[in-house]
Each structure stands twice: as structure tokens, then as C-alpha cells.
Design a protein around this ligand. Structure first.
Ligand code: TPP
Ligand code: MG
Length: 221
């Protein structure tokens, strides 16, 4: 095991297909295994399972818990005088969970500058828009009030993501929060900001149309 690696906690565990895809591309397991997603006995379940698949840093999917797990990892790194960082990706609906705000309070107390949290602020959750279910505004001010180092970016612009991650290395003594403004289903005309697509699999025709639209956009730059 690579002791000094950075850690990544996918707190919004339902997003794991993209984590599996990134891990397969990085050589953690053969790409063909992707097709076992959510099948019985597969290591690639609908929520990340650390017991079946130890390359994943922690099991997740019960929303609201991952930031606490990441905080524990960050405290362990400090206690062991380790330099690695802990990254944690949260959903904006997820942060309505009370446990999130316990970590919001405690991480600054422990001066966890090795903890970088990112909120996928897509304004949507399973039952509708976050503003209608449980409004989160003003999101930046809330995290600043809890004494986090907060940045707000366009989560679809890679240079903004990379710059924010770099900047998060500079500020000392505070945990870091990157609010990444995104659009659910970005790039697919019939999915964009349409909550009905939160947990629905496309038909083969819809899948092909979506892939074509995404490919056209990539090719056009
Ligand atoms: C504790 C808990 N309650 C409910 C769910 C069911 N659930 C799965 S995804 C989801 C919506 C999450 O919305 P958000 O965090 O904004 O994620 P995103 O929009 O990025 O998909 C819910 C309620 C869950 N996984 N865990
Ligand atoms: Mg959301």
C-alpha cells in the first residue's frame, strides 16, 4: 500500500460510475470490468464498497458522512506528520445533512489545511431544486462564517478547477472549500437541469444521442 498517497473520498457515493471509470483509466483494474457495474458479485456496486474493493478509500453513499470520514483522515495525517492531502467531493443536496455542519464546525478548530472539500453545486437533488427543497443560500458566506477558506468556481472549466486546487495549497491553517457551480446533465440538451434524469438510465437511443452531443461538443472544442 502506498502510504503517502493523497486520499479521495467520494462522499456523494452515487456518483461512483465516474470514479470507477477514472480508476479503470488509471490502471487500477481492467476496463472491461466496468461492464459488471451493479451486477451481483461485482466489485463495482452502485455505491462505493471498500470491503469488496479496497482501492476505494472508504465506503460511501449514505449521504452526509463522507466529510467526517475525510476529516478523520486529515487529523490522522497531521498526527502522523504526513504531508498528503485529503480531497472530498460532496453533493449540494447532501450538505443539507446535519453531520456535514458538525465537520464544518470542527475542521477549522483543528486547522485542517490538508483537507480540500468540493461541493458539486448543481442546484439539484433527488426531489427537485435545492432552492425549493431546502435553500442553501448564501452558500459561500455560510462556509466562510464557519472559518473555511472558500473559493467559488465554474465547475465545468478545467483551468478553474486546477487553479482552485493549486490555490488551496497556499492558504495555511484553514480547511478549504471549493464551491463548484455546475449544471446537472451538462452538455446533453434533453438532460440539462432536468431533475427527472437524476437516477434514470437512458434508453439505447437516448444514450446514443447523448454520446453524440457530447462528442460533437468535444470535437468543436
Ligand atoms: C442519507 C441518504 N439519504 C438519501 C439518499 C438517497 N439519495 C441518493 S442521491 C440523492 C440526492 C443527492 O443530491 P445531491 O447531493 O445534490 O447530489 P447530486 O445532485 O450531485 O447527484 C439522494 C437523496 C442517500 N443516498 N443517503
Ligand atoms: Mg446536487
Amino acid at each position: 500500500m502506498w502510504e503517502d498517497r493523497d486520499r479521495f473520498v467520494l462522499s456523494k457515493g452515487h456518483g461512483c460510475p465516474i470514479l470507477y471509470a477514472a480508476m479503470a483509466k488509471s490502471g487500477y483494474f481492467p476496463e472491461e470490468e466496468i461492464y459488471t457495474l451493479r451486477k451481483i458479485n461485482s466489485r463495482l456496486q452502485g455505491h462505493p464498497d471498500h470491503v469488496r474493493f479496497p482501492f476505494i478509500e472508504t465506503s460511501s453513499g449514505s449521504l452526509g458522512q463522507g466529510l467526517s470520514v475525510a476529516q478523520g483522515m486529515a487529523i490522522a495525517a497531521k498526527l502522523n506528520h504526513k504531508k498528503y492531502k485529503i480531497y472530498c467531493l460532496l453533493g449540494d443536496g447532501e450538505i443539507q445533512e446535519g453531520q456535514i455542519w458538525e465537520t464544518a464546525m470542527s475542521a477549522p478548530k483543528f486547522q485542517l489545511d490538508n483537507l480540500v472539500a468540493i461541493i458539486d453545486a448543481n442546484q439539484g437533488q433527488i426531489d427537485g431544486h435545492t432552492r425549493d427543497v431546502m435553500d442553501l443560500a448564501p452558500l459561500k458566506k455560510k462556509w466562510e462564517a464557519f472559518n473555511w477558506d472558500v473559493q467559488e468556481i465554474n465547475g465545468h472549466e478545467f483551468h478553474e478547477i486546477l487553479t482552485a486546487l493549486d490555490k488551496a495549497q497556499l492558504e495555511r491553517k484553514k480547511p478549504h472549500m471549493i464551491i463548484a457551480n455546475t449544471v446537472k446533465g451538462k452538455g446533453v440538451s434533453f438532460m440539462e437541469d432536468n431533475i427527472e434524469w437524476h437516477g434514470v438510465a437512458p434508453t439505447p437511443e437516448q444514450r446514443d444521442k447523448a454520446i453524440k452531443e457530447l462528442n460533437d461538443k468535444v470535437l468543436k472544442g
